[in-house]
Ligand binder design. Sequence first.
Ligand code: MEV
Length: 466
Amino acid sequence: MLYFYLKPNITIKSKTYLYKKYSQNHFNMKNAIAGFSKLSKEEKINWIANEYFSNPNEAISTIKQYWNSDENLQKLHDEFIENTITNFYLPMGIAPNFLVNGKYHSIPMVIEESSVVAAASKSAKYWSTRGGFKATVLNSEKIGQVHFIYKGDSEKLEKFFSQIKNKFFIATESITKNMQKRGGGILDIELRNKTNELENYYQLHATFETKDSMGANFINSCLEQFAKTLKEESLLFDDFLEEEKNIEVIMSILSNYVPNCVVRAEVSCKVEELSDKNISNPKEFAEKIIQAIRIAEVEPFRAVTHNKGIMNGVDAVVLATGNDFRAVEAGVHVYASRNGKYTSLSHAKIENDIFTYWLEIPLALGTVGGLTSLHPMVKMALEILGKPSAHDLMKLVAVTGLAQNFAALRSLTTTGIQEGHMKMHINNILNQFKTTDEERKLIKKHFENNAISHSVVVEFIENLRK
Ligand code: MEV
């Protein structure tokens, strides 16, 4: 918001002055509080309301308006995180008609952006009459690392590692037992010498299969045990000099970069079959889509926005199914730059008159553990999706991303994005102005055939009310 107050033509000195003034007046900086987490929920709410609102009673009533009337359900939500004061609603919508590998699915999506669910639904319907989506999980390996410092002879460390490697597996047996029963576990552990990049820096780089769980807790528990074993065994290794035994573990943590946990989603059809009531020249349409993708392949400024459109679909399903969208976001974007330059996650081609359009993304997802059996709406979303395995969910998330990307490119290369976006966004403007049902009818009728923009709608409402 600050930039509203910093006009480009003012001097640095006055910028600083304005900033201070802005901070005092608008950020309304308050005192810090000790022991906030120890306060009761009521006390926390009272403190926030009194500290930050000119009308504390109104603030308290808004906060409480979003509490669930079922106390047990509210308690469940309170305990997901610390210092909960209320709930924060996001809508859950359904994008139906997703034909994926020959089966229809309705996709639950949790998102605040008005046009996303409509766009996904439109794409799903379009492709359902053109063979539907094909999705394949290419692999599902997860990664974790123990980062450590060893100030000694690297050959000795390698010998040490090969001698004790099996001990890492033995020491983690109690952690891996159940996972192994489900067909998962530790796949491999490597010693990696990173001293070319950072002095004395080595890693245990481990790979895991975590089946239907996202696996974060499992992986981190294994890694912490590896770190203990590494230290304990180093003390017993005769070849190490005294100072070489002093391996310093810096940290043990999974990586959210999962380049071998990748799913491919694809649609294809004959070029001529791309036509519909709004696509009269399918060849031109296909070529424009391909050109738009080529631009995203070579131009990072476009690629980021192009991929953001894919993530509109991906994140919405990831959120609905209680998965960690920050992990997915982090992993997807590093994957998009794995060859040294940020690029498009989706691609398209015409070969032998067949238009093929596809996407490959890394997705570390779970359908058991975490919030999956705790959050009632997550449970519901998974049920709507047919209680998918993690592999199935990877496929469904990827096709939603592809559908979203197709919808965005279709609009961008034909009508422009604003037409569809504003059609959906108009409801937000009507709500902002608290329009009556009667006004809504008139406004919607008028904008059926007139271009929508925020200012034009506002002007129309104002005229209507004169
Ligand atoms: C908006 O949320 C997403 C788009 O910007 C994606 C794109 O440009 O491809 C429309």
